[in-house]
Design a protein around this ligand. Sequence first.
Ligand SMILES: *Cc1c(COP(=O)(O)O)cnc(C)c1O
Length: 421
Amino acid sequence: MQRNSVIRLNLNKNNMSNQRIYLDNNATTPCDSRVVDAMVPYFTKMFGNAASRNHPYGWEAEDGVDYAREQVAQLIGADPKEIIFTSGATEADNLAIKGVFEMYARKGNHFITCTTEHKAVLDAFQKIEKLGAEVTYLEVQRDGLINLDDLQNAITDKTVMVSIMFANNETGVIQPVKQIGEICAKNGVLFMSDITQAAGKIPVDVKEMGIHLAAFTAHKMYGPKGVGALFVNRKKPRVKVTAQMDGGGHERGMRSGTLNVPSIVGFGKAAEIAMAEMEQDAKRLSKLRDKLQAALMEQLEEVVINGNEEHRMPHVTNMSFKHVEGEGLMMTFNQNLALSSGSACTSASLEPSYVLKALGLGDDLAHSSLRFSLGKYTTEQEIDQTIEWIANGVNHMRSLSPIWEMFKEGIDLESIEWSEH
Ligand SMILES: *Cc1c(COP(=O)(O)O)cnc(C)c1O
């Protein structure tokens, strides 16, 4: 629905320049050109099947994969043998949840997760519920963090695994992963974490944090799309997952299928670059994020920041501009500023984000939210332009809004009875 060309043309007035700005890096990141350079030879010269053990074409490909496995493992403090390459985080989440459910059926059938997880996690849990699993969905607090006492209280002797994401994709809120790991260890249950939004951006050490299974993906950290990994702990405890894809027994039997060598090599390169550069990138981006946030708070009334501000990814802010609909606001700058709104487009309607609703936001505030996710190619000039576009857009939308007028006149909007027609 955002692609309506009539609307695009009509709302051109706020946006005289043709500059396009990308602040949707939590959805996907551009591929670093150094990553592309590392991949290219593996499409053409070194095209072998990494499973071909009896000739140099296979060996070259296997060497590329082995090296990438080391790079990816190192990024999260794992052993290379603990990395299972997949097609992305969705597949890794599915493999972890369905694979543990099947493998540990004799130990128990209870799982714990939380309501703000990514759909890849929630939908996999819904699937195993149909197959006999019992799943506890912990609610989050107003700031998006889970309550650790709730977690402890939810664990029973039938609990097999706790799955709590590292950083939330919509709000950037970072869960107390280390404490969750301690609770899991104390109770003898597995701890899985979807680390997709944290890996390559902030330090993640699976051993130190007590994580036993971790899902992540290359395309959220300047690598190619269609490749990811599941970390599976090998010692204390030795974790096993039942394969969800049957075939040639690749990836130590846990994920069959000819390895996507160029993409895996690219994933490795992206991990290497992230290790070297994430600290300085995070510092720069948190300054830009804070500048954006502070300027909008200063220039506009009735703006709220969604989610805990202290335990939050350095490049993300999720803000609600009261009485302004996020999707409409994006049209004022012709979608030349790429953002995500708190409205999920379904075929029939705009649904408010379930993540923001889980934080206690009403439908209105959820619909009036925008997620700004900066990336390492974001410039200060782009942030200055963003501030201008958002401030102008919000002011413009509010100037046309009868609701805003009523609010300014001090009319209690809650008390109004809207007629249905
Ligand atoms: C993007 C994302 C995924 C899905 O990753 P794909 O590689 O696109 O399948 C899963 N979890 C989180 C938290 C994400 O942000």
